[in-house]
Design a protein around this ligand. Structure first.
Ligand SMILES: [Zn+2]
Length: 413
């Protein structure tokens, strides 16, 4: 593989990762945090500088742009998200580059206790000689998904510098708030104007993913009977006790995130808030199949109904809201976008792998809204934590695959 994109990708990721752009699910604004505008506005400027057309920041916080086509063919979208995960410290990221990784343990300048070891990490062991980017030990890196942003920007810059390269019209979208499941609003498909698209938001080289979880969220509200504890005999109904009973009755040795993998789904209690008079439980429900997801919703309702039946003076309600659906349901009807990405991998000697991801992407929702959008690898590893790392050469492989994909999407003349 040529090294012609390495320096640009490295510079871009280092530049983008240093910008705070964490999302916040407790915020109701769009984007959820103002700091995401620092990334969005920078990308608007950079897209204009490299000569992209139709550069626009929408009022719902998505940057859109066009790479004009040189051949007929379908319009192909490329997406990455600018926000970083709320689960870990993502402020003041200090990216650093390890040139020509020697294959040993990697230590962190700001956190002597932290070690990234190839023994625990076979993929890292395979990256000897490559250039590795990490944070400094106190924050995540945010290669999820600024690696995707860097790859798309590098591809765009290269195509705009080389107007003779065959490609159909390409559309670019940089979204906010993917990590809190709010990256794709209902207007995006109409504004994106793509026949199909790809998110650059995957891990190991070769990943071409078209199966994600189907996801619902649930809120359980419990209203007890509140009264002065000194006069409470046979009158008080403590909502905290009922909440505990519900959590205790839900499966714990099975059907939780910590006891499942592969194709198994789960129920996950994410939040428990309130007091003796009122409690609120938040849960997420996940399964690869619609039936499995419905079963988990039914189970939650049954448990709540049983606790309600034992204490008729309480008021217990369950509200279940859909989040996204397995994109396979739509993609398996027309596998063209998946096959195109797989062929582009093979053209570079990369064997494509399609394992279902235990999560969702912006593509899950976009696919459901009519724009088939599988997910392509970027190289990002150990995301959402201080050990996050990525190989510059993996990003270069993704860039080459995307360029080949764009070329293959163009109709031959
Ligand atoms: Zn991501």
């Amino acid at each position: 593989m040529s090294r012609k994109f390495d320096q640009e990708l490295q510079d871009r990721l280092v530049r983008y990762a240093a910008i705070d752009s964490q999302s916040d699910e407790n915020s109701s604004t769009t984007p959820s945090t103002d700091c995401q505008f620092d990334m969005l506005n920078l990308l608007v400027d950079e897209l204009r500088d490299i000569g992209a057309a139709d550069v626009q920041l929408t009022d719902y916080g998505v940057v859109l742009a066009t790479i004009p086509g040189t051949r007929p063919g379908p319009t192909v979208g490329f997406l990455a998200h600018v926000d970083t995960a709320p689960q870990f410290n993502a402020s003041g990221v200090k990216p650093r580059v390890i040139q020509g990784y020697n294959g040993g343990d990697i230590s962190f300048p700001d956190n002597p206790d932290l070690v990234l070891s190839p023994d625990a990490n076979p993929y890292l062991a395979s990256k000897q000689g490559e250039d590795i980017i990490t944070a400094s030990g106190l924050t995540l890196l945010g290669g999820d998904d600024k690696a995707g942003v860097a790859i798309i920007m590098t591809m765009a810059r290269h195509l705009l510098d080389n107007p003779d390269l065959p490609r159909p019209t390409l559309r670019i979208a940089f979204t906010p708030d993917e990590e809190i499941g709010r990256g794709v609003g209902p207007q995006l498909p109409r504004h994106l104007q793509a026949d199909f698209a790809y998110t650059l938001d995957g891990g190991e080289v070769g990943e071409i993913i078209y199966e994600s979880f189907s996801a619902d969220r649930a809120v359980v509200r419990i209203k007890g009977v509140s009264i002065h504890p000194g006069q409470a005999k046979e009158k008080m109904v403590n909502a905290a006790h009922l909440a505990a009973k519900i959590v205790q009755t839900l499966p714990q040795a099975t059907m939780t995130p910590e006891t499942t993998d592969g194709r198994e789904g789960f129920l996950h209690v994410t939040d428990m808030n309130g007091g003796s008079s009122e409690m609120e439980l938040k849960l997420i429900l996940r399964d690869f199949e619609r039936e499995g997801l419905e079963d988990k919703g039914d189970l939650l309702r049954q448990v709540c109904a049983a606790v309600q039946a034992g204490e008729p003076r309480a008021e217990i309600s369950v509200e279940i809201t859909p989040q996204y659906r397995n994109m396979r349901y739509w993609l398996e009807e027309d596998m063209t976008p998946v096959e195109l990405a797989r062929d582009a991998c093979r053209a570079h000697g990369i064997e494509p792998v399609s394992t279902p991801i235990r999560g969702g992407t912006d593509g899950s929702r976009l696919t459901e809204l009519g724009v088939p959008t599988p997910n392509i690898f970027t190289g990002m590893q150990e995301i959402h934590g201080p050990l996050e790392w990525i190989s510059v050469q993996d990003m270069a492989r993704a860039t080459e695959v995307c360029l080949t994909l764009a070329q293959m999407a163009a109709k031959q003349d």
